[in-house]
Design a protein around this ligand. Structure first.
Ligand code: TYD
Ligand code: MG
Length: 455
């Protein structure tokens, strides 16, 4: 028999080398290479080097079974999934600790169990008593969920193998799971990968819908290295500021639906409430027109969300270096817009501190928000409030022109629905919306004229 190949995996980045080294050649961390167990019962059983089976090829147009999607009982969750859970799919639910992943999954599990689904909820982090307490708080204590506290993948799969396969299996979290196929403490790359691999294999074989909870590290990756993202069908991220009550469920990868679709929730005393009209959440508290506030119609997936952009400009008397602080937007883009406003319109921000905030803790990355940000900045600088019933959209180029943006009809329709009367954007951008007045803003110079005139 050929000598089994040894592999060394870096516990930081997941890089693979064929020999042990003190420093990982990929991420340059020290003492992170760990040997991957060369031969286990599992690898021996599925070893391909000792004569494999012949596989049958299929044609692309051979008939496939339609996806029997199952609702999670939460319309916002279904929307982010692209229409519900698909049997046999593996979902990774990432998010910072305390954001509400366990709450969301317990609510979904309870809804599925109540409609006759067979649901198993395995908690590796909390004792069953803690999960029961949460269920009681959510008013879901009567849901027929099969609950267990376990961390051994073998125990879980043995138990599940005894009865019929459940419709849904929640594993909270994958970092606490331990597979005896491989050495190492739970949470290390090789353990996380091996445990996930066995669970996903089970899901694919039985048609169980598997949901793995994964904690996010401080730099935003799921489970340290991104090893799991390749293995699962769907990667979801549950986001939000812990100090704000709203949460956004985003799909980052989806083999069964579109990505960038979001679900919006609010964390209340009795669990997560669905928010079907997110604009109302992000625009709340706008009564008096204030200088430095502009409304922008953002797009999340296929859904428009109106958000408020706030700018504050403070003139400095001393010669100190003025600060630029941004929350919810890119600071590089703010610097670019300030430069465009300075050089194309002669406005001076150089002796002023500039603060920019997207209200409600929302994060924007869409260049279509340029015009709204510029409008907020000019309005704050001139101390003139913008019309309260106007929205702003358009991408600002370095030459100071305002360019058209994607999905503008969708954005304008949402604004009209929420009672806005006027949209300001690129030239000829408003033909297809009837109920909304439209003003052409061809460039930043005409933006400044408009703001100055709106006294
Ligand atoms: P949890 O689901 O435990 O977060 P995760 O699994 O992502 O770590 O939720 C944690 C927070 O949610 C906790 O700080 C309390 C809060 N919470 C509510 O505000 N209302 C509720 O009904 C529940 C169950 C939790
Ligand atoms: Mg949890």
């Amino acid at each position: 028999m050929a000598k089994p190949k040894r592999r060394y995996i870096c516990a930081e980045c997941g890089g693979v080398s064929s020999r042990w080294q003190g420093q990982c050649p990929d991420c340059s961390e020290w003492n992170t290479l760990v040997e991957e167990a060369p031969e286990t019962k599992f690898t021996a059983k599925h070893d391909l080097s000792s004569g494999g089976r012949a596989i049958a090829f299929e044609s692309l147009d051979s008939p496939t079974k339609p996806l029997n999607r199952r609702s999670t009982g939460l319309a916002e969750f279904d929307r982010a999934l692209g229409g519900g859970l698909v049997p046999g799919c593996a979902i990774l639910m990432g998010g910072e600790p305390g954001i509400g992943k366990s709450t969301l999954l317990l609510q979904a599990a309870a809804a599925i169990a109540k409609t006759g689904g067979d649901v198993v909820y395995v908690s590796g982090e909390e004792a069953t008593g803690q999960v029961r307490m949460r269920a009681k708080r959510l008013g879901l204590a009567d849901a027929p969920i099969k609950l267990a506290a376990a961390t051994s993948v073998r125990d879980i799969l043995t138990t599940l193998g005894k009865g019929g396969a459940p419709d849904m299996l929640v594993v909270d979290s994958i970092q606490t799971m331990h597979s005896d196929m491989i050495e190492g403490a739970p949470g290390t790359v090789s353990q996380v990968r091996a445990s996930a691999f066995e669970l996903i294999r089970y899901a694919k074989e039985t048609g169980t819908c598997l949901v793995l909870v994964g904690h996010v590290t401080k730099d935003g990756n799921i489970a340290g290295p991104r090893v799991l993202e390749h293995m699962v069908d769907t990667v979801m991220s549950f986001e939000g500021e812990r100090s704000h009550q709203y949460r956004i469920l985003r799909s980052l990868k989806n083999r069964f639906g579109a990505v960038d679709e979001i679900g919006v929730f609010a964390m209340e005393g009795q669990g997560l409430e669905e928010v079907s009209n997110p604009s109302s959440l992000f625009l709340s508290g706008r009564e008096e027109p204030i200088a430095g506030s502009a409304v922008f119609p953002a797009i999340e997936g296929t859904r428009p969300v109106l958000v408020e952009i706030q700018a504050l400009i403070v003139r400095l008397q001393s010669g100190a270096t003025p600060r630029r602080a941004v929350v919810g937007w890119d600071s590089g883009r703010l610097a670019m817009l300030l430069a465009v406003l300075e050089s194309r319109c002669g406005l001076s921000f150089s002796t002023a501190e500039v603060y920019l905030n997207v209200a409600g803790g929302y994060r924007l990355s869409d260049p279509a928000a340029d015009l709204a940000v510029a409008a907020a900045l000019v309005s704050a600088l001139a101390d003139k409030p913008l019309a309260a019933d106007a929205i702003w959209l358009g991408e600002v180029s370095l030459s100071g022109e305002v360019r058209p943006v994607a999905h503008s009809a969708l954005r304008l329709r949402e604004a009209a629905k929420l009672g806005f009367k006027r949209a300001c954007g690129p030239v000829d951008g408003g033909q297809d919306v009837k109920k909304l007045g439209y003003s052409d803003v061809g460039g930043v110079a005409s933006l400044v004229d408009r703001v100055m005139a709106s006294a």
